[in-house]
Design a protein around this ligand. Structure first.
Ligand code: HEC
Length: 208
């Protein structure tokens, strides 16, 4: 992004906040640079055209939200990123389980499944992530319980049982994905929707 565009973006946002605070806040999603900023760098922040800037920036996200009718899970940006990292790790665990299973490396299966099995930290995380979405935490905990059976089957060196437990865990992945989507919100909205005054940045600031 050029310096001029950055500066203009800042003035657009300032103008929007000064003149249309409600429209600005109503986006409820991360802001992107309004396309209008590139078209007319001389436009005054308080002009009529600028008043549409928030709507322009939010329109694609609102179109997406209208199509994606899954239940929203309110998350602050750092929580949303942390959740995505967890998810990518979950998929890596599944890949490692299947790889180790193909080689009948039972210790490898158990080590990989330990990445997604129940643990006190995992449970705490699931409660935190699901604080603003009814049923989310329950699905998450059920997923980890299903994953527990993978390690049990690996220790019994029972390949069919490993596959059955992996399939059952994957079923929990897919049913959660069919039901919920991320809804990235600011701290005030998150607090209002979860009834929590806790600042997630404090627990997620050191997320990898
Ligand atoms: C309790 C709910 C839940 C469970 C269980 C769950 N996920 Fe997710 N997953 C989500 C949500 C919510 C998203 C974010 C969807 C969105 O972008 O709005 C997501 C996103 C993802 C993504 C995309 C990450 C990205 O970079 O955007 C991957 C990959 C993923 N999940 C893998 C898995 C795998 C593999 C499992 C099971 C082994 C799993 N998930 C189990 C809720 C769940």
């Amino acid at each position: 992004m050029t310096h001029a565009l950055l500066r203009h973006r800042a003035s657009l946002l300032l103008g929007a906040m000064l003149t249309f605070p409600v429209a600005f806040a109503a986006c409820g999603r991360q802001q992107t640079a309004p396309a209008a900023a590139e078209e007319d760098p001389t436009r005054a922040p308080t002009s009529v055209a600028t008043s549409h800037a928030p709507a322009t920036a939010c329109a694609p996200l609102e179109q997406l939200a209208a199509m994606d009718t899954r239940r929203p899970v309110p998350l602050q940006p750092m929580m949303a990123w942390h959740q995505k990292q967890n998810m990518m790790e979950h998929l890596v665990a599944i890949q490692r389980i299947t790889d180790a299973l193909a080689r009948e490396d039972w210790e490898g299966v158990a080590a990989a499944s330990a990445l997604i099995e129940s643990s006190p930290q995992m449970q705490q995380m699931c409660h935190h992530m699901g604080a603003g979405a009814d049923g989310f935490t329950e699905l998450a905990l059920d997923f980890h319980r299903r994953a527990d059976a993978i390690g049990v089957a690996a220790r019994a060196q029972d390949g069919t049982a490993v596959l059955r437990a992996t399939s059952s865990a994957l079923e929990a992945c897919t049913s959660c994905h069919a039901t919920y989507r991320q809804d990235v919100v600011d701290p005030a909205t998150w607090e209002a929707r979860t009834g929590s005054a806790h600042a997630p940045a404090m627990t997620h600031g050191d997320a990898r």
